[in-house]
Design a protein around this ligand. Sequence first.
Ligand code: ACO
Length: 432
Amino acid sequence: MTNKKITIKDGQTDNEIELPVLDSILGPNVVDIRALEKNLGYLSHDPGFIATSSCESKITYIDGNEGKLWYRGYPIEELAEKSNFTETAYLLLNDKLPNKSDLNDFFKSISSNYNVDEQIKDIINIFGKGSHPMAIMSACLSLLSAKYHNEIDIQNKDYRYRSTIKLIASVPVISAWILNSIMQRDFQNTSENLSIAENFINMAFPDLSDDQKELSSRAMDVIFLLHADHEQNASTSTVRLSGSSETSPYAAIAAGISTLWGPTHGGANEAVINMLEEIKNSDKDVEFYIEQAKDKNNPFRLMGFGHRIYKNYDPRAKIIQKIAHEYLAKLSKDNPNKPLFDIAMKLEKYALEDEYFVSRKLYPNVDFYSGIVLKAIGIPQSMYTVIFALARTVGWVAHWNEMIEDKNFRIGRPRQLYTGNKKTKYTDISER
Ligand code: ACO
């Protein structure tokens, strides 16, 4: 740790303060500004958290300029090729890869919790046809927070471990039941001998052949793994902020689900398919849509393009693009999803050669190709963000645990730059 002298000029006086610079293992070092308020009475201002580190974390690191992502130091490409979702979940939670017996015990603890409360089915049934599955999912998590409310003991490691495992096991089962309901199918049973992805595919598509189930489970497993964590994004920061009030972890995850739902975060994969379908069904070519995306008077944006941190190709998009290629090829030559994939590839090609996208460093993000694979698997479009939430639950609980174990843990409470009325006297309604 070093110190950095900073001069704050407020037009009248120059205030000098020495602030500690905290060393990061990777990425920019961080100026600890906490003394700013205490010593000088200033706050820092950073809407959208462009340059603000909100916590110390050891879980995930993104190099946005290089387009690289590591979970606990392991490159995402290597994990996608050699690991699986269950092992990666263990890694994210425990900061190390498991040996065979660790992995076995971890998997058993998860699969023995597949038996989710049957009342969840009543909650799903309450929602009318056409209800968005993310709203249903959030309600299901609220039911779990009600059910386990009396157990809350967040400083207790055993409680945290039990809730962590329950969440990782329950959310995929809840997601499969929501899918059953949307596809107007009976609620399917779970199978304790199947991995999270296999169990999900088996519950979602019980009529598929064993070969098809295996193919879809493998694609789904990689999609889960790629979405498992992404450091301090909007939904993870929400889970941290919500959890910092010492609320139930189920309630904090419900808050994360609500944040992930938005079209500029997890909801983008749904928006990408809408956009590709629109292009497919229109008589306009891809260049027309590229031009629309560049037009500042037009609200249209190229969905699945751009990212706050990646100023290069999102490494997850590269992996999913490859999966989309392989998966569509294995399904059949005239797969109905092939035209969407072709349009996506064409959009990408044009955008990557266009000065507007190049100068703003706008590249495909994880959502650009994930919807195509999910569509080919047979997942209804409104469920895409649920799949994302299912996978991200692992990251959310890893961050929740890390936050509570942090020696500096305290409730999150941002400040503000007040620009409202000056102190004003109340006038009676008769005098207004
Ligand atoms: N299409 C066209 N132009 C874009 C796009 C896009 N997809 N994304 C950004 N731009 C332009 C902006 O208009 C802006 O241009 P300007 O400098 O001329 O004003 C510039 O690029 C910077 O964009 P910002 O909106 O300031 O970038 P920010 O970091 O705030 O937003 C975001 C990032 C929300 C992801 C944005 O790129 C976007 O809306 N993309 C489409 C939605 C999407 O794919 N979201 C998924 C994100 S990944 C995830 O959550 C899993």
